[in-house]
Design a protein around this ligand. Structure first.
Ligand SMILES: [Zn+2]
Length: 585
């Protein structure tokens, strides 16, 4: 006997009213359950914050056999429909889409974008069925196109039509870009790739972005598979260029990226601008996630729970190690030179060293707490938490350099062995420990305890010196000397953070203080830029700061410390460093 697979949910998505930022969704459930429940996810995998997408859903109605059916809201994101199982259930609703990030949904007269977690109600009991998504071409915008990683079933030239997903997870793992966008195709190791760019200006050098992206993709496919094929049939980059923005979200066969227009490569320019390196680092990062977090992933993410927080202690591995490899691949693919690579590494080292929270929290704890700390930053974040991205990438560096120093293996080989050991699926820290032991020839419990679960300083200096790098110490900028982070605009210095144990904290500064003036030896000066402090202070180390807090003027005695330094990494022995970060092949 052949049991036909039940017909799964079908979503018809229309850009109903771009001026009002409203999508309309018609969800047809061919064979509903009695009292069918549906719900919208509270979060989107890859971005660890409960975002309550249901708050943008409105006007939910249900019909069966052409007649309205009552709908009860059960909780903040769940509805129960008073339907019978015998005939198709049709739900209709609107979603307000005005979040210009990669994590939710956007619709205006210029462009549309959405993740299924914002638009697609999950049909309880049917998450494993095949899902269909029908993208309706908006009549008012005949030049709009659609792009998505979903598998096309019946689509037209412009990409509108019906797509299919293996299950609900796959449906919501394939964001959709709508609008007039630049589009190019290329192959990496024989696999079709596409890149679409929205919001670019006439200066955009598309050929250069495509060529560099291809180099990155090929380097990463070869890293994981040598000459074999990657675990996806095709791949899509969706890049949205805006005035000021940065970010990306990884998916199994696509990624949504946002960058500043100024960071796109420009026609006629041959140098590799700093902003463009940042953009390529993002491309490299999200592409590496295709393996590291979307397939090889925390055991806790074997099955996502869309209703609330999904905790894991492993983001230092999945985000941190991905951050280590993102810039490394730019160097290995010869897109940047040694000096640029070391500059990027220097920046990461200094970022971690200027975070007092590294003495408070381990990267494993930071991973677990991402939901309430990393994704909810405030003035105290730097004092209480450490970034599992930046410190995690330095943990990767320490493992890589330690393994190379001992001569049995490298982190590259460890990553590939983990991929095989975990069958490109759920992974626990014990798997990492086991592979380290197997390939490294000894136990790495001590390192895991100290670097991942501890808060002591990483042995960066020794390891870097052993690998052809000299660590130079240079006088720090005024912000680091005083232990503050400030914002400066229109001649006003405002404190954003006061760092634990610093001179500013000792003087009594607080976040949000407006630093108005400084008094030195009886003369008061209006302070418009923090770097002017030494202009007024001269050789005096003891000054009086005049700040406004809640409109009250306060006088704070400040001692400007000397002897505070930051690192600069310099290549001493290129041959020695070559094996580690030099171009491959
Ligand atoms: Zn990431």
């Amino acid at each position: 006997m052949i049991v036909a697979r039940a017909e799964g949910p079908h979503y018809r998505v229309e850009a109903l009213d771009p001026a009002a930022h409203l999508f309309h969704v018609t969800l047809t459930i061919a064979q509903p359950q009695a009292g069918q429940r549906v719900s919208l996810p509270a979060w989107i995998p890859g971005s660890y914050l409960v975002r309550e997408f249901a708050r943008h859903l409105q006007k939910l109605t249900a019909r069966q056999d052409g007649k309205p059916v009552p709908v009860q809201q059960v909780d903040k994101a769940t509805w129960q429909v008073d339907c019978v199982p015998s005939s198709p259930l049709v739900l209709g609703y609107e979603v307000y889409a005005f979040d210009n990030s990669v994590r939710a949904a956007w619709l205006d007269t210029q462009r549309g974008f959405f993740n299924g977690t914002s638009l697609c109600l999950r049909v309880h009991g049917m998450a494993q069925e095949r899902h269909e998504m029908e993208l309706v071409a908006p009549r008012a915008y005949p030049h709009w196109e659609a792009a998505t990683g979903l598998e096309p079933l019946k689509t037209g030239k412009r990409g509108f039509g019906t797509y299919s997903a293996e299950n609900y997870d796959e449906l919501v793992d394939c964001p959709v870009e709508l609008g007039p966008f630049f589009s190019a195709e290329f192959r990496a190791c024989g696999v079709p790739h596409r890149i679409v760019v929205a919001g670019a200006t006439g200066a955009f050098d598309a050929d250069r972005l495509v060529a560099d992206t291809q180099k990155i993709c090929e380097a990463e496919i070869r890293f994981w598979h040598e000459r074999r094929k990657p675990p996806f049939k095709s791949y899509l980059f969706m890049l949205n260029a805006v005035d000021d923005g940065y970010g990306g979200l990884e998916h199994r066969n696509s990624t949504a990226l946002i960058c500043s227009r100024r960071d796109l490569p420009r026609m006629g320019e041959t140098r590799t601008a700093e902003g463009y390196v940042t953009l390529l680092g993002l491309v490299s990062h999200e592409y590496f996630h295709t393996w590291n977090v979307k397939r090889l992933r925390p055991a806790e993410f074997a099955h996502y729970d869309y209703t609330g927080e999904n905790y894991t202690q492993l983001l230092w591995f999945f985000e941190g190690f991905t951050s280590y490899y993102d810039d490394l691949f730019l160097r290995r693919a010869a897109i940047i030179d040694d000096a640029t690579y070391l500059k990027l590494l220097t920046k990461t080292v200094n970022q971690v060293q200027q975070t007092p929270g590294r003495e408070v929290q381990s990267v494993a704890q930071a991973s677990f707490d991402a939901w309430v700390k990393y994704y909810r930053q405030d003035e105290n974040t730097a004092n209480a938490t450490v970034s599992y991205y930046t410190k995690g990438s330095l943990v990767a560096l320490c493992f890589d350099l330690t393994l190379r120093q001992e001569g049995h293996t490298t982190l590259d080989e460890v990553m590939r062995a983990l991929w095989l050991r975990c069958k490109a699926g759920p992974m626990a820290e014990a798997d990492f420990a086991a592979v380290l032991k197997e390939l490294g020839g000894r136990d790495y419990k001590r390192e895991l305890a100290a670097w991942v679960h501890g808060t002591r300083e990483l042995p960066l200096r020794e390891l870097l010196e052993q690998h052809g790098i000299t660590v130079m110490e240079e006088p720090a900028q005024m912000q680091q000397r005083l232990g503050v982070r400030v914002g400066e605009s229109q001649g006003l210095v405002v404190l954003k953070n006061v760092l634990r144990g610093g001179a500013a904290e000792q003087a009594g500064f607080a976040a949000n203080d407006e630093w108005l003036a400084v008094e030195v030896a009886g003369t008061a000066w209006r302070l418009a830029k923090l770097d002017d402090l030494l202009l007024y202070a001269g050789n005096h180390r003891k000054v009086t700061a005049i700040v406004a807090r809640d409109r009250r003027l306060l006088r704070l005695d400040l001692t400007i410390p000397s002897g505070i330094t930051t690192w600069r990494l310099v290549l001493r022995d290129p041959a020695q460093a070559q094996a580690w970060f030099g171009p491959q092949d």
